[in-house]
Design a protein around this ligand. Structure first.
Ligand code: NZQ
Ligand code: ZN
Length: 386
């Protein structure tokens, strides 16, 4: 049965070409705006120029250098500058890292109950935030239309998430054109991240949620069909448009309404990024097949449905069909140049112990769908993928 749910997503979306010019009308006049960005891609794909042109009459400061897997340390530097300059609107331009960092910065700038790290480490509630606008140049995370943010702390090699309605952007410009300048490895990351987001909300157990299931399957099929096209040519505007909207729809809350979720692939994956710096999507491609192999029996019904509806697998015993569905998923990831074994990334075996110990220390003893991801399931999944 679908459980009771409340769905509210107020993010205004501007999708397509020539949309950046619309942001001027979305920012209250007289605002002191800070444009936040990463390592400089926005200077090479025309996004910086378009933003500064459309905001030429505004009071605009910049904060660049936000790194992939954004750090708490960098975020706090932005917070200092915001306070010193009395900034009151944040505009994030780039991928998930810049947007997530901006969400944390916006909350930290208004946080008055101590160290803002507590928002991540102790789930301290966010009770206020600076308003945020977004120009998205990398389809992957869905952060442009959700309330989540993931931040790393270099000093402790931790990567933690928080979620707050205060972090929903006021608007997001989705630019498939700007994403045309992405290197192939980032396109592959985006495809796999969006794919696994859908899986984490869909591949649990049946609850007769037909719309949620069929939306999820539609996104997965679109990613499988468009994946090779957009990977071959990121500047293929049509294919990139399909990837971009798929990635946004994959994690804007729609497909998770009233259904169970999992998210343990992400929890384990974040540890691999925190400890070894592996790209987020690649960690998911490593963990997912291992966890499926461990939880094959418990997730049987949904694995069979996934195999049949997404991969059109209709023949063989149940076991054979599930194995084939897992194999096809791995082949899809590998076809995008994404390796799925720990040894492909030179991760030592000791990392498995370290991750299991961290989960035990944090009392994360039953993660995900029905609490099935115990420390021992995590260990087995990672051992499968060695
Ligand atoms: O820093 P710049 O110069 O902008 O370059 C970036 C970066 O090097 C580059 N890039 C972005 N757009 C480009 C471009 N290069 C050329 N052309 C363009 N149009 O791509 C590189 C990677 O960017 P990043 O933002 O790190 O990638 P992504 O969007 O995959 O974000 C990953 C982060 O999001 C978190 C991940 O954990 C990770 O920290 N996630 C956030 C989620 C959320 N808030 O809901 C959910 C996800 O599960 C995920 O955990
Ligand atoms: Zn993800």
């Amino acid at each position: 049965m679908i459980t009771d749910f409340e769905y509210y997503n107020p993010v205004r979306i501007f999708f397509g070409k020539d949309q950046i010019s619309k942001i001027a009308g979305q920012i209250p006049s007289g605002s002191k705006i800070m444009l936040l960005y990463g390592g400089g891609s926005i200077f090479r794909n025309g996004v910086h120029e378009k933003i500064t042109e459309t905001l030429s009459d505004c009071d605009l400061t910049e904060f660049g250098g936000i790194e992939p897997n954004p750090s708490y340390e960098t975020c706090m530097k932005a917070v200092e500058q915001i306070k010193a300059e009395k900034i009151d609107f944040l505009l994030a331009a780039g991928g998930g890292s810049v947007i997530d960092a901006t969400k944390f910065i916006a909350a930290a700038a208004k946080y008055s109950s101590g160290d803002p790290w507590d928002i991540l480490a102790k789930a301290a509630p966010v009770q206020d935030s600076l308003p945020i606008g977004v120009v998205l140049t990398l389809p992957a995370t869905g952060t442009e239309m959700n309330r989540n943010s993931v931040i790393s702390r270099k000093s402790t090699t931790e990567k933690l998430a928080f979620s707050s309605p205060w972090s929903l952007p006021r608007f997001s410009v989705l630019s498939p054109e700007a994403a045309g300048s992405l290197p192939k490895n980032q396109v592959a990351n985006g495809l796999v991240d969006a794919f696994v987001h859908v899986i984490e909300q869909y591949l649990t157990y049946p609850v007769n949620a037909h719309i949620q299931d069929r939306f999820a399957e539609a996104i997965l099929i679109t990613l499988i069909e468009e994946g090779p096209r957009v990977y071959a040519d990121p500047a293929d505007y049509e294919a990139m448009s399909n990837l971009m909207w798929s990635a946004t729809m994959a994690l804007n809350g729609l497909i998770s309404c009233g259904v169970p979720g999992d998210w343990s692939v992400h929890s384990i994956g974040h540890e691999l990024t925190a400890l070894h710096g592996i790209d987020h999507a690649r960690t998911l491609a490593i963990v997912l097949p291992g966890l499926w192999r461990v939880l094959k029996e418990e997730k049987k019904e949904k694995l069979l449905q996934y195999g049949e509806r997404v991969w059109k697998i209709t023949e063989g015993t149940e076991d054979e069909r599930i194995d084939l569905a897992i194999r096809k998923t791995v082949d899809f990831f590998e076809s995008l140049g994404i390796r799925t074994r720990l040894r492909d990334y030179n991760v030592p075996r000791e990392t498995i112990d370290k991750i299991v110990r961290r989960f035990e220390d944090r009392k994360w003893l039953s993660l995900g769908d029905r609490g099935l991801t115990t420390p021992s399931a995590t260990r087995k999944a990672l051992e499968y993928q060695y």
